[in-house]
Design a protein around this ligand. Structure first.
Ligand code: AMP
Length: 384
């Protein structure tokens, strides 16, 4: 069994680690000069829509998956002619376009914030008169980590907001005064079996995920159950195969879906240490047609801190009694008997706003002082 993966970043790397543990080899396709996933598999270095590269990938692999949702439609279609692409086109098409996504969610009776299609200043003005301000203008395609988004507080700034997103097709979405942000990850197998991990609470700053925690503090059982039910229903409606992530805003017992990602997700990194089967292994099991592993927890509590821009120096990690993983994801012993804190460095060069690693701490109940001390040494992480 050989698994093809579009994208060779840190998600590809962690998918590759899980695949190799299962005895499955990976071939990646990515145009970059160097990729984290080069540590765990061979790579075809070419653009995602290069017909020769796609033909080679299809020839060398038994099934293809991806680590990002912006797979060009032409690439997905050309691969799908000769090889299964999982998750399939439904999942890609729905998550690539915020308008299609929001219409799909609303059609599946998943609550979403009020939204309105925007193509120009006139339709933005119409949208503002319908949903009011403050609101967020988001490009339909291509935005991530808060990119392609403008907060609109004053209706008079409509023309500037359209300029700020380069006049691209967009949606205007009501600004939600949420209590918390939560993601739910589910995995669905080829046979339609689904399993979910418990809801994960996420903290963002400047549109970038900084910290995730599970079990999600402050989420009522009712809201938690509703989000898992929605996520499972979405996966079924899309006939999704693999991991699917749904991000929600939570206000008391009310949940509103923000977006879906048809893939493994940054907020799910804590499942590596927290869960019996992590998101990467279950994604590989699902897309290769194997039975899914248990998503039950192995610990009482997990917190993940993203390193943004730069990794903590090795001596800082050692002084803080944090273990590190090697290129194959194997944890070096840190001799710390109190808890399990592990840093996963992505071997990426430093760059502003770039995710270069993450630290996960697991314990029966994590000492908040320890968590804050670790947040202080991880660049870009934030305390609770
Ligand atoms: P997105 O790219 O849609 O996931 O947005 C990135 C982040 O911006 C989210 O995680 C929220 O923190 C914030 N955000 C996005 N949409 C809204 C909204 N409608 N109301 C309030 N905050 C939002």
């Amino acid at each position: 069994m050989i698994l093809g993966i579009l994208g060779g970043g840190q998600l590809g790397w962690m998918l590759g680690i899980a695949a190799r543990r299962l005895g499955i080899d990976c071939v990646f396709l990515d145009p970059a000069t160097s990729c984290t996933a080069d540590l765990v598999g061979e790579r075809i270095r070419a653009d995602y829509d290069d017909p020769d590269a796609l033909a080679e990938l299809a020839r060398r692999c038994d099934v293809v998956t991806y680590e990002f949702e912006n797979v060009p439609a032409t690439a997905a279609a050309s691969l799908a002619k000769t090889i299964p692409v999982r998750p399939g086109w439904n999942s890609l098409e729905t998550s690539q376009d915020r308008l299609v996504e929001k219409n799909f969610l609303a059609g599946e009776n998943v609550p979403v914030p009020p939204f309105h299609a925007v193509d120009d200043v006139a339709s933005l003005k119409a949208a503002i008169s319908e949903i009011g301000t403050p609101a967020i203008l988001k490009t339909r395609r291509g935005g991530y980590d808060g990119k392609g988004q403008v907060v609109l507080r004053d209706p008079a700034a409509a023309a500037d907001a359209i300029d700020a997103i380069g006049g691209r097709p967009a949606i205007l979405e009501s600004m939600v005064d949420f209590d918390l942000e939560v993601s739910v990850l589910v995995v669905r197998g080829v046979d339609g079996t689904t399993k979910a991990w418990p809801p994960i609470r996420n903290h963002h700053a400047e549109g970038i995920l900084r910290r995730s925690e599970c079990p999600a503090p402050g989420v009522s059982p009712r809201a938690g159950t509703a989000m898992v039910d929605h996520a499972v229903r979405i996966a079924e409606a899309l006939d999704h195969v693999g991991v699917l992530t749904v991000e929600f805003f939570v206000i008391g017992d009310t949940v509103l879906a923000n977006e879906i990602a048809p893939r493994v997700h940054n907020s799910g990194h804590l499942t590596i240490e927290f869960s019996e089967t992590d998101q990467f292994e279950n994604h590989v099991l699902a897309v290769t047609g194997h039975p899914l592993g248990s998503t039950a927890a192995r610990h009482g509590h997990a917190i993940m801190l993203n390193a943004i821009g730069d990794s903590p120096p090795p001596t800082t990690l050692a002084d803080a009694r944090v273990a590190t993983v090697d290129a194959m994801g194997i944890v070096a012993a840190d001799g710390n008997p109190d808890d399990d804190a592990v840093y996963h460095g992505y071997r990426k060069t430093s760059r502003v706003a770039r995710k270069v690693g993450h630290l996960t701490i697991t314990d029966d109940s994590i000492d908040p002082v320890r968590a804050d001390a670790l947040a202080a040494i991880v660049p870009g992480a934030i305390p609770d």
